[in-house]
Design a binder for this molecule. Structure first.
Ligand code: FPP
Length: 222
């Protein structure tokens, strides 16, 4: 969800206002996914590297996340959205963790869109955690080394309950992956738009999906 800072500076506003407008785009895209019947939407809301930002910005983002969860949990329940999260959630402020776990719990029975928030998330860290988990399973005798293959490894990642993404959308024209779902996106279609995240709303999400539908996926075959 890139471009919040640029959106704010174009308007002479503080960066936190860009993040606030970005939170409105989250609501719009969740709605659009519901309309389209998308089953899983993963949003890169805060990376492991984002902890390096100035303290005031990190705090503003955590407050925004907490307010979003407080405000939207009821709506998610109503709209059949199941909230999930991936990342080092234990590093989030305690009040944020509490709010997050409550929202996850309260929406756990929902059967519509699964909204996965990537928080304090880094793909390399996830892969290292996955390797440690596989090593443990071998050492404890639950699996044999010969059984390790891509499917088995996928089951040791934070994303083990979700399918690999079909479509990766990056806003603000950046041509980078930025440590996001590196293992899982091996065959994802990539859609890059110059729009800044706070300007990315219903119609933009629908256009990205329409673009995806025009692609011919070959998975290395013909
Ligand atoms: C990247 O833009 C954006 C972030 C680091 C934060 C994303 C967070 C939100 C959209 C709001 C909170 C999330 C939820 C789920 C309510 P940037 O700050 O790097 O922008 P820039 O590249 O223009 O500086």
């Amino acid at each position: 969800m890139d471009g919040n800072g640029r959106w704010a500076s174009e308007r002479g506003l503080p960066r936190r206002d860009g993040h606030r407008a970005g939170a409105d785009s989250v609501g719009a895209c969740v709605e659009a996914c519901g309309d389209l019947g998308v089953e899983f939407l993963t949003l890169y809301a805060f990376s492991s590297e984002n902890w390096k930002r100035p303290k005031a910005e990190v705090e503003a983002l955590m407050r925004l996340l907490e307010a979003f969860l407080k405000e939207k949990t009821g709506e998610m329940k109503e709209k059949n959205v199941r909230l999930q999260a991936i990342g080092r959630l234990d590093l989030l402020p305690a009040s944020c963790q509490k709010r997050l776990h409550r929202a996850i719990e309260e929406t756990s029975e929902n059967t519509g869109l699964t909204l996965v928030l990537a928080l304090s998330y880094g793909s390399r860290e996830e892969i290292i955690d996955g390797i440690k988990s596989v090593v443990r399973a071998v050492r404890e005798g639950h699996i044999d080394e010969a059984m390790i293959d891509p499917d088995l490894f996928s089951k040791h990642l934070y994303t083990r309950y979700y399918p690999d993404p079909d479509l990766l959308i990056r806003t603000s024209g950046e041509m980078r992956i930025s440590n996001f779902l590196l293992w899982q996106i091996s065959y994802a279609e990539i859609y890059i738009t110059k729009k800044l995240w706070p300007d990315f709303r219903h119609d933009d999400l629908k256009e990205a999906v329409a673009d995806y539908q025009r692609r011919h996926r070959r998975y290395g075959g013909l």
